[in-house]
Design a protein around this ligand. Structure first.
Ligand SMILES: *[C@@H]1O[C@H](CO)[C@@H](O)[C@H](O)[C@H]1NC(C)=O
Ligand SMILES: *[C@@H]1O[C@H](CO)[C@@H](O)[C@H](O)[C@H]1NC(C)=O
Ligand SMILES: *[C@@H]1O[C@H](CO)[C@@H](O)[C@H](O)[C@H]1NC(C)=O
Ligand SMILES: *[C@@H]1O[C@H](CO)[C@@H](O)[C@H](O)[C@H]1NC(C)=O
Ligand SMILES: *[C@@H]1O[C@H](CO)[C@@H](O)[C@H](O)[C@H]1NC(C)=O
Ligand SMILES: *[C@@H]1O[C@H](CO)[C@@H](O)[C@H](O)[C@H]1NC(C)=O
Length: 447
């Protein structure tokens, strides 16, 4: 019961009103994934919806056809966002041709797909290209953007030999891959929201007396607790969880620390899960109450640090209009922080099919003010973003300047609303009170 009260204290924190979005009022709940067969059905539905957008995407960039060629286990990264739920690798040589020509060869699928290990594909492809007569063919040959550079050199050499020169006057347009992979379909959000709430439920449980006993539990123990929990939840992951005790020195470097957790520690977690071809990436902070000294709340200085990081989230979101470049958003946000006397760092990225998904980034930890290439891309609507940053805050109780590191995911709503947090954002520290025994059922409701 005490745990429930502690939790309510955490969640009763006064919300920031800037976006009308705050720390969710109820403790997060665990959600189960649908059965695998149902997941596959959904996956294919979303994939069909996405593929159906490709002809319009080609037209937007004035491209007539988009040619992908790959061999088993050396696939173009785009393949993972095109494949069927029951496919696990592109077999043999797989060639896909997306096109915009609907006037001829009616009934032909889009894309045309060949799976071949005899060379027969080339005769057919030459014939098809003559029929479709595309003027501008895109190949994934970009040098800078990974998702637009998936044509292997061996495949490029083969195409060069197999196709007449007129078809090899190819166009490099990495935005095809960037937009295709980053754009979301509406059906995904409700499942993503449940994943995100489950991530919060995991963090609440990890940062509680159920998992952490001061002077005994180490940060590494908590990392492996997360790994096991991810597995029992039937998720997988794209990153090893990193749990750290925050000190002025505990950054940069993404490794967790190997500390024994003690009363008075400020803790941090950075972790993500993968399910149904979607990824999460979240950072929260917790305070280990000095229960042995009767402490029942975190010191003010710690709470102010979180508020400062929340203010930075507001600043970034107020600048993040679709169409602006990542660098423009980054620099405007840094100017606003300066005006408000906030120092810290911003390093936001798109998220979705990949945790570090294609599209405009706003800063990197090593490139705090300007990012070549990826920072010059436009922010795309209809995508998801991880708002990842830290605020420096001088904590008077410790006489130390600490980094308050938060990461929370937003989804695009529309031109009027812009972005909204998928589940919410952390506005109050998770409090770890080791005297509170917790029992199943009262707090962590399975649903
Ligand atoms: C995980 O999958 C197993 C096997 O399908 C199932 O029995 C279990 O209930 C699932 N657990 C959760 C938390 O979804
Ligand atoms: C996925 O399956 C459908 C129907 O079985 C097929 O038409 C399509 O070519 C497949 N997609 C890929 C990328 O192989
Ligand atoms: C579509 O293909 C037909 C041949 O099948 C060709 O005559 C026509 O020019 C093509 N249209 C475009 C827009 O490329
Ligand atoms: C942790 O250990 C220190 C000494 O190593 C001791 O002073 C302190 O009381 C212990 N704290 C708890 C909560 O057991
Ligand atoms: C700005 O913040 C620093 C500490 O971060 C403080 O020392 C300074 O007084 C502040 N300046 C203003 C103008 O608020
Ligand atoms: C706080 O730390 C600074 C050095 O970082 C030191 O100069 C100062 O005396 C300290 N203040 C207190 C009250 O301990």
């Amino acid at each position: 019961m005490r745990l429930l009260l502690t939790a309510l204290t955490v969640f009763a924190f006064v919300p920031c009103l800037a976006y009308g979005q705050w720390h969710p009022e109820k403790p997060a709940q665990y959600h189960e994934l649908p059965p695998l067969r149902e997941q596959a059905r959904l996956f294919n539905e979303w994939k069909d919806e996405r593929i159906a957008r490709i002809p319009a995407l080609l037209k937007k960039y004035d491209i007539d056809a988009w040619l992908l060629s790959m061999r088993e286990h050396n696939e173009d990264p785009l393949w993972w966002s095109l494949k069927n739920a029951t496919q696990f690798a592109p077999h043999r040589r797989t060639v896909l041709l997306f096109h915009t020509n609907t006037s001829s060869l009616a009934g032909h699928p889009n894309p045309l797909v060949w799976v071949d290990n005899t060379g027969a594909v080339w005769d057919e492809l030459r014939w098809i290209l003559v029929q479709y007569a595309p003027q501008r063919i895109a190949l994934n040959t970009d040098r800078h953007i990974a998702f637009g550079g998936g044509l292997a050199v061996g495949e490029w050499m083969e195409l060069y030999e197999q196709l007449p020169q007129e078809w090899m006057k190819a166009v490099n347009q990495p935005m095809l891959a960037v937009e295709y992979i980053a754009a979301r379909v509406p059906g995904q959000l409700s499942y993503y929201r449940k994943m995100q709430e489950t991530v919060w439920a995991m963090i609440q449980e990890a940062f509680s007396a159920r998992v952490i006993e001061p002077n005994i539990t180490t940060t590494v123990d908590v990392e492996w607790w997360f790994r096991e929990k991810i597995q029992t939840q039937n998720f997988s992951t794209w990153v090893h969880p990193r749990v750290s005790v925050i000190t002025p020195q505990s950054f940069p470097g993404w490794a967790g620390t190997e500390d024994i957790i003690q009363e008075g520690d400020l803790l941090h977690v950075d972790f993500g899960v993968t399910a149904m071809s979607m990824n999460t990436d979240t950072q929260h902070m917790a305070y280990v109450l000095r229960t042995s000294e009767g402490e029942s709340d975190a010191p003010e200085g710690h709470k102010e640090g979180i508020k400062k990081a929340n203010r930075m989230q507001d600043i970034v979101l107020s600048q993040m209009q679709a169409g602006k470049t990542g660098n423009a958003v980054l620099q405007a946000s840094l100017r606003q922080m300066k005006a408000e006397n906030i120092s810290g760092q911003i390093y936001c990225h798109p998220i979705g099919d990949y945790a570090h998904a294609p599209g405009a980034v706003m800063g990197f930890t090593n490139l705090p003010e300007y990012v070549p290439v990826l920072g010059e891309l436009p922010i795309l609507p209809n995508t998801w973003y991880s708002i990842e940053l830290y605020a420096y805050h001088l904590v008077p109780e410790r006489n130390e300047t600490l980094r308050f590191r938060l990461e929370e995911t937003v989804h695009w709503v529309d031109d009027q609303v812009g972005w909204k947090f998928v589940h919410g954002r952390q506005e109050a520290l998770h409090l770890i009170d080791w005297q509170v025994p917790s029992s199943d059922g009262d707090f962590f409701v399975q649903s």
